[in-house]
Design a binder for this molecule. Structure first.
Ligand SMILES: Nc1ncnc2c1ncn2[C@@H]1O[C@H](COP(=O)(O)OP(=O)(O)O)[C@@H](O)[C@H]1O
Ligand SMILES: [Mg+2]
Length: 229
């Protein structure tokens, strides 16, 4: 599919905020749409609703369908406890094969989070054939977590479009990830207080991806006609 798959080094690192920033930044470049295929702990956590709010998204920009599980656990276990195992092909078929859309698809947790007995988030990314963007914390520990995630994705022949750091900007960590991980750091998203559609949108339009790296990628996908198979 055209677009970007958003994974992270961990849960709670900022994937949902990054997804909203991507919509705010790129909706003038391509018709972007957001999808959260697997949501656990749906009573407390609703990333779809949060992206709708933070990106001030229209109904057309959000796909509501997906696996929605009550327990705030890893998807494989939340699905097992709900007696509703996840089927990757069924999940894939929920995605409209809309030739124009650039999808921003948010995973659950990190890249090797299990969805079924056999498959992880990385396997689902492979099925979608999408470039991957890695959300990571900006502070101490991020070099290891970011490089591990990039390496695991590449070991599965996935294309890593970049890493985005979230939190107090840390140029030394950004430089180290680029050097040791051989991967571009696309942006460093600061903490917003308050985090609102306006604060995130204004910052994203002016500062996200100053080198236009992802913008070029999205434009190339659009012009190469890469899309649904
Ligand atoms: N740049 C930011 N400014 C302020 N709060 C943030 C920022 N990024 C993330 N958060 C907050 O941190 C928490 C985790 O972020 P979230 O995007 O939900 O992570 P993930 O999707 O990876 O689980 C949320 O409460 C979110 O609102
Ligand atoms: Mg999230």
């Amino acid at each position: 599919m055209k677009g970007l798959f958003v994974t992270g080094t961990d849960t709670g690192v900022g994937k949902t905020v990054l997804s909203a920033a991507l919509l705010q930044r790129y909706r003038s470049v391509a018709p972007v749409r957001y999808w959260k295929p697997v949501q656990t702990g749906i009573e407390q956590d609703d990333d779809t609703a949060e992206v709708r709010r933070l990106a001030a998204a229209s109904d057309a920009e959000i796909l509501n369908e997906g696996v929605r599980l009550p327990r705030p656990l890893s998807p494989h276990l939340a699905a097992k406890l709900a007696d509703d195992p996840i089927n990757l092909l069924r999940l894939y078929r929920m995605l409209p094969k809309d030739a124009d859309a650039s999808w921003i698809i948010e995973g659950a947790g990190g890249a090797l989070v299990p969805l079924t007995n056999a498959d992880s988030i990385a396997d689902f990314i492979a099925m979608l054939e999408m470039p991957v963007l890695v959300a990571a914390r900006s502070g101490l520990g991020t070099i290891n977590h970011s490089c591990l995630t990039v390496e695991a994705l590449r070991a599965r022949s996935l294309f890593v479009a970049g890493v985005v750091l979230i939190g107090e900007p840390n140029p030394d960590n950004a430089e180290a990830i680029e050097h040791y991980g051989k991967v571009p750091v696309i942006a460093q998203i600061p903490r917003f207080d308050p985090l609102t559609p306006e604060s995130l949108g204004d910052w994203s339009k002016a500062n996200f991806d100053p080198q236009g790296y992802l913008e070029r990628l999205l434009r190339e996908q659009a012009s190469s006609g890469q899309g649904p198979r």
